[in-house]
Design a protein around this ligand. Structure first.
Ligand SMILES: *[C@@H]1O[C@H](CO)[C@@H](O)[C@H](O)[C@H]1NC(C)=O
Ligand SMILES: *[C@@H]1O[C@H](CO)[C@@H](O)[C@H](O)[C@H]1NC(C)=O
Length: 495
């Protein structure tokens, strides 16, 4: 008989049970560690694959193609008056001006008022700045501009005084809303007012002068006023330059991106593409409640398809990568607060991690003097944008136009203007899978922007289908492209 008792396994000792449990536990623990590490690695690789490989998107563009100014064919800025031009006399008619709008609307408006004062033979009183607009900024003219420099630079053109003479402070003034895009003859007719009044008050300064068909000397005066006389005040000018130096110290070349993606901009344009339903609703309510925005019902889809929406941070990211800018490119964001904050910005920073703001470049202490003054922070953005190697506006507005114009004036520095209408079609192809980010997309986008990099060209006239005065509204702004009047090939009027 088999002694069954012999083969019966011994019950395991309590020690062995413990040991087995520990081994099993340790095994699973190691497996767990191993897998999580693998996942981490995979995760990193996956994260890097689509955006961070310098070669995956497109054949590398030569640096010069990315960063250098387009050829300017020997064209230079030219602002000297012609030989017919006479120095200003000391006229005893005065013009007071209330500038309206944001910083750049005021800047171009003031330059126009210099020209209007010249046409009307008026002494110009230093303009009052807009304190009531959306900007709610209490800054005065001399907070933002170098007042003495303004007066002295234009002394041959127009007499400018800081204030109305005491004895005229209380005389009745002709209060005028001059017509928009007016001609020289309109203002010559307005000199009739001098028969009755010694002071004319101009209630609004924006777009009061036509873009085209004005005497050459008036156009050149506008350029002298904007580009030479209307310099920012010393604190703004020097701090702006300091920020530019800090940018250069970081990487040499940089892109200034005017990223118009603030809440008010999106609400005003009715562009809610890529936003959540709650956000779209918030923007709609804001539009309803803002009295001076006339258009209330906007179809966001149609708005976008027409090319009337600012590009989103994600779209800008795709756009710049497609143009060949490597992920390491240094990008300065010239903008107010981005709607959706850092979450929305992530769609851009994931492609371009080297993104900086004013707040990255300067201490809170340094910024304190400027931050409660929207016009002064905008002025800093302006200086940094004009000095950048590449300027890219995500939307066309007064700032984008003014910066582009000054960059043309300073030697056709590179300004890349996105073809928003064309891009929307391409982005929609990406969205529905007809395209992927890669070299064929790059090719499409680069071809589309071949002639949109700020190379010299004459200012565009009115849209052909427009008739009458409406046509003036559709002309390209003088200050967006002062060619041919203030940019020329001849050496005669350089200066
Ligand atoms: C302005 O003054 C000059 C002389 O100083 C004169 O020749 C010209 O006609 C005046 N212009 C107007 C519009 O009154
Ligand atoms: C907006 O316009 C698009 C395209 O024309 C159209 O398909 C859509 O129905 C419109 N939406 C509304 C709410 O009217």
């Amino acid at each position: 008989m088999v002694q069954r008792g012999y083969h019966r396994p011994r019950p395991p000792s309590p020690h062995a049970i413990k040991l087995n449990l520990i081994l099993i536990f340790a095994f699973f623990f190691l497996v767990f560690i191993f897998y999580t590490r693998q996942w981490h690695l995979l995760d990193d690789q996956q994260k890097q694959q689509p955006f961070f490989d310098e070669h995956s998107q497109t054949d590398r563009m030569p640096d010069a193609e990315l960063w250098d100014a387009p050829p300017s064919y020997g064209l230079r800025s030219c602002v000297k008056p012609t030989s017919r031009y006479k120095a200003a006399a000391g006229w005893d008619h005065y013009m007071t001006v209330r500038s309206n709008g944001g910083l750049n609307q005021m800047r171009t408006g003031i330059a126009d008022m210099v020209a209007v004062a010249r046409i009307m033979n008026a002494t110009l009183v230093i303009p009052q700045l807009d304190k009531r607009s959306f900007w709610h900024d209490s800054s005065t003219f001399s907070d933002i501009f170098d007042e003495l420099h303004f007066i002295e630079t234009l002394q041959e053109d127009v007499k400018i005084v800081k204030e109305l003479p005491q004895e005229l402070a209380n005389v009745p003034r002709a209060r005028k809303h001059f017509t928009s895009w007016a001609s020289t003859s309109y203002y010559e007719d307005m000199t009739q007012l001098w028969k009755e009044y010694q002071v004319i008050h101009v209630a609004k300064s924006d777009s009061r002068l036509a873009n085209n068909d004005l005497p050459l000397d008036i156009q050149r005066l506008r350029c002298r006023a904007l580009y030479q006389a209307l310099r920012f005040s010393p604190p703004i000018e020097s701090f702006g330059k300091k920020l530019v130096e800090r940018l250069r110290a970081r990487g040499g070349k940089y892109i200034a991106l005017h990223l118009r993606y603030e809440k008010d901009m999106l609400s005003f344009t009715g562009c809610s593409y890529g936003l959540t339903d709650e956000e779209s609703e918030e923007l709609r309510v804001m539009r309803e409640n803002t009295n001076h925005w006339k258009v209330k019902k906007i179809n966001s889809t149609e708005q976008r398809l027409g090319g009337f929406c600012p590009l989103t941070p994600k779209e800008i990211g795709i756009f710049l990568r497609a143009l060949g800018y490597p992920p390491s490119s240094l990008i300065y964001i010239a903008a107010g607060e981005i709607y959706g904050g850092s979450t929305r910005l992530l769609e851009l920073t994931s492609r371009f991690p080297n993104i900086v703001f004013k707040e990255t470049l300067a201490t809170q202490e340094e910024l304190k003097a400027f931050t409660n003054h929207a016009s002064q922070t905008a002025a800093l953005d302006y200086v940094i944008s004009v000095e950048s190697d590449v300027f890219v506006p995500s939307y066309s507005g007064n700032m984008a136009r003014a910066v582009e114009g000054q960059r043309r004036f300073l030697g056709h520095r590179k300004t890349i203007t996105p073809d928003r209408k064309g891009l929307v079609e391409v982005f929609d192809m990406l969205e529905n899978g007809q395209q992927t980010e890669g070299s064929s997309l790059s090719h499409i986008i680069q071809t589309m922007h071949k002639n949109r990099k700020g190379a010299p060209r004459r200012r565009r006239g009115p849209l052909p289908e427009m008739k009458g005065r409406a046509r003036l509204r559709t002309e390209e702004s003088f200050y967006e492209n002062p060619y041919p009047e203030c940019i020329c090939a001849s050496k005669k009027h350089l200066g």
